[in-house]
Design a protein around this ligand. Sequence first.
Ligand code: ZN
Length: 120
Amino acid sequence: MRIEFRKITSNASPFEIKKSAFISRGTFRKLSQKLVELDFHLYAPAMLVCDRCGNEYLHEMDKKISLKVSDGAFEGEDLDVIEYFDHYVDFDAIMLSEIEAEKSDYHFCPNCKNQEITGE
Ligand SMILES: [Zn+2]
């Protein structure tokens, strides 16, 4: 899903994207001429390999995310702004990059997580 920056208003508009890789629901609204804010819940099940034991397991990413997207270069102090240069907000690309960021983080399977907690 892609939406043109100029069509986004300051009223929060709901969106929902359902794909095989993720489900995302939330709202988007314009904060200023060139800045759009997205607030959403992202659910993404994925098979990951545990960084500790090497076993594959189902990791269910399930979290609330809030981020800002800028139409062109962003000249402010907020470092977490995603810049787009074609005047469109690409929702799918945003979701996929959030999922990739989560996957590239260290992650332990449920077994290893339990061992961390109990200290066995
Ligand atoms: Zn493990």
